[in-house]
Design a protein around this ligand. Structure first.
Ligand SMILES: NC(=O)c1ccc[n+]([C@@H]2O[C@H](COP(=O)([O-])OP(=O)(O)OC[C@H]3O[C@@H](n4cnc5c(N)ncnc54)[C@H](O)[C@@H]3O)[C@@H](O)[C@H]2O)c1
Length: 313
């Protein structure tokens, strides 16, 4: 069994990844700084699912400042998820995004190089493609928001460490992840909260923007597959998406049907940086790693509704 370091362990996707790795018998060291982009108690709640697991240790530390070599020494893999996610705030607090997404990544890569980490997995985003994200991995990259630019900086730092020091890296570009523990700033979380509370939902754009939604455990499955098939995955970049592409209007109708309520919609102009269409081309990860997303959008939304009912944010 392996010793894995997971950064962003208290976050939405990171907490699901820790659980998946522990379930497979690995030892996991989770790291998080509880950056207050959303409330700390929500992240502590994410951690509660596995904090007491005998093979789990947690370190509250900031990757921008803490000594990182002691953390990484002896690790078989580093899964780097810690980042400032959510693109809107990246317009107004660029320093926070550039420091957490680029500088912290560089410090972690340097420590990974110095401790000879056998596999560094960087969780990237469809936002590196730009306003549309519909092509294969070699599509030219033109990020459309400061968030996308800082995540691309992280990718390019990974490539520089590979090119100069042979650091074994895999890049996984996730597309719109949803499901239980979804961040409270994300559209489906806000929509479900509005429906449950009978409050209006502020919708940016005409609702015809499409997303390649990825259920949380499917995105985590991709990371685990890349880790388990290191020889194939090292040096590669993969898109990670769910199988279905749906518009925001379709998701709204599905949620209304599942909750048997009508959502009041307050329509506003699209926001700067918002992507218009994402459609994950997952041919490469399916072919090379045997990735096969399991959860249909309807079932995933039902699970998220149940979670939001039981754990209001
Ligand atoms: N949620 C999505 O739809 C989505 C899609 C594509 C890519 N991603 C990527 O997945 C990763 C996780 O996203 P998420 O939605 O789970 O976000 P999240 O905010 O829930 O989790 C990120 C965690 O990283 C921690 N963190 C940030 N900066 C840190 C630092 N300097 N030191 C230590 N910890 C720090 C935060 O405290 C947070 O708990 C991010 O890298 C994000 O870019 C997410």
């Amino acid at each position: 069994m392996s010793y894995c370091v997971v950064t962003g362990a208290a976050g939405f996707i990171g907490s699901h990844l820790c659980e998946a790795l522990l379930a497979k018998g690995h030892t996991v060291c989770g790291v998080d700084a509880f950056i207050p982009y959303y409330p700390r108690p929500l992240k502590e709640r994410n951690l509660q699912h596995f904090l007491d697991h005998p093979d789990f240790t947690f370190h509250e530390l900031d990757l921008r400042t803490a000594p990182l070599e002691p953390l990484l020494t002896g690790a078989d893999a580093v899964f780097h998820l810690a980042a400032m996610a959510g693109l809107m705030k990246s317009w107004s607090d660029f320093t926070l995004y550039s420091s957490c997404n680029a500088e912290a990544t560089q410090r972690l890569l340097q420590a990974a190089k110095d401790t000879a980490i056998p596999h560094f997995l960087y969780i990237s985003t469809s936002s590196v493609y730009g306003q549309e994200a519909t092509g294969p991995e070699d599509t030219p990259l033109a990020p459309f928001s400061p968030y996308g630019i800082t995540k691309l900086a992280g990718e390019q730092l990974c490539r520089a460490y590979t090119a100069n020091f042979d650091l074994p890296v895999t890049i996984l570009r996730c597309f719109s992840v949803y499901g239980p523990r979804q961040r409270p700033d994300m559209a489906y979380n806000i929509m479900i909260r509005s429906l449950l509370a009978g409050q209006p939902f502020v919708q940016y754009g005409d609702g015809e923007q499409t997303r390649s939604n990825t259920y949380c455990t499917d995105s985590v499955q991709a990371a685990v597959l890349a880790f388990e098939q290191r020889a194939v995955a090292v040096g590669e970049t993969f898109n990670v998406g769910g199988g279905e592409i749906v518009s925001l209007n379709t998701v709204r109708s599905l949620l209304e049907e599942l909750l048997d309520r009508k959502l009041q919609v307050d329509r506003r102009a699209p926001r700067p940086g918002d992507q218009k269409h994402t459609a994950a081309n997952t041919e490469k990860i399916r072919r090379l790693l045997g990735y096969a997303p399991q959860t249909r959008v309807r079932d995933g939304l039902q699970a998220q509704i149940e979670w939001q009912r039981s754990c209001p944010s």
